[in-house]
Design a protein around this ligand. Structure first.
Ligand code: NAP
Length: 238
């Protein structure tokens, strides 16, 4: 029976989520992995187990926000949860004036609504334990406007505000909330169907660098909290 602390990571099949799963496993955490793609999740689970930690996977479309609370709670079970990393998100480019309303709603639903429900799924067990760390992956786009990234920027600004709301409401229960806002990271998000961007990936950070920053915030003693960090490519933002 493992006595390792447990971390649940959404969007763990790829990019920053995958790298965070591996880095937290290296730090001694058992990992609960959530995303849609079962094959990719299984591969990351193998990488976590390669670090000597337990991995369990849940294939879940987080767009189905109504089902999140019951499914996550069943997945976590009686083992409790020490860390939640709300990382799953959709990248989206399109000018505000022209984008379909349904696209706007989809970006808000996943990038804000699913985080709302994932967080509310774990609060009862964290409150009971009087401890827990929640890390929300926002973006520099929450603060800086970039043409065609308007809807995405609004979703991440809302996520920052949501995180601050949970932070002030839940700290009396021993629960910490950390916002991690990265600049450009070289992940598959730049090649998804909803993103049309032609950037030089050589100047971007690697997901491992961002994962390292996330792990440092998680490992801070419980008497302190990193409320927010921005992690940027040292060569400059774009
Ligand atoms: P990524 O490699 O494309 O990973 C996105 C993850 O989210 C995947 O594991 C994907 O898994 C999951 N996901 C997407 N839609 C989902 C859904 N409906 N239900 C469940 N899981 C879903 O991208 P990434 O760059 O690592 O992005 C991770 C987070 O970092 C996002 O919130 C993003 O906004 C943020 N971020 C990224 C950058 C950057 O430059 N890359 C910068 C700042 C912030 P499945 O496809 O298997 O479902």
């Amino acid at each position: 029976m493992s006595n390792s602390p447990r971390a649940l990571i959404t969007g763990a099949s790829s990019g920053i989520g995958r790298a965070t799963a591996i880095a937290l496993a290296e730090a001694g955490y058992d990992i609960l992995l959530v995303a849609r793609d079962e094959a990719k999740l299984a591969k990351v689970a193998g990488e976590v187990e390669g670090k000597g930690q337990k991995a369990t996977t849940l294939s879940l479309d987080l767009n189905d926000v109504e089902t999140i609370q019951s499914k996550l709670q069943a997945f976590i079970g009686e083992g409790g949860l020490d860390v939640l990393v709300n990382n799953a998100g959709i990248g989206y480019t399109g000018r505000l004036a022209e984008m379909p309303l349904a696209d706007w709603q989809q970006v808000m639903n996943l990038n804000v609504g699913s985080v709302f429900e994932c967080t509310r799924a774990v609060l009862p067990m964290m409150r009971k334990a009087k401890a827990g760390t929640i890390v929300n992956i926002a973006s520099v786009a929450a603060y800086n406007a970039f043409p065609e990234w308007g809807a995405y920027g609004v979703s991440k600004a809302a996520l920052v505000s949501l995180s601050k709301g949970f932070a002030v409401e839940e700290r009396e229960h021993g629960i910490r909330v950390t916002i991690v806002s990265p600049g450009a990271v070289n992940t598959p998000i730049w090649d998804t169907d909803t993103v049309d961007a032609d950037f030089d990936k050589a100047g971007m950070m690697t997901p491992e660098v961002v994962a390292g920053a996330i792990v440092q915030t998680v490992l801070l003693p419980a008497a302190a909290v990193v409320e927010e960090i921005r992690v940027m490519p040292s060569g400059g933002a774009f």
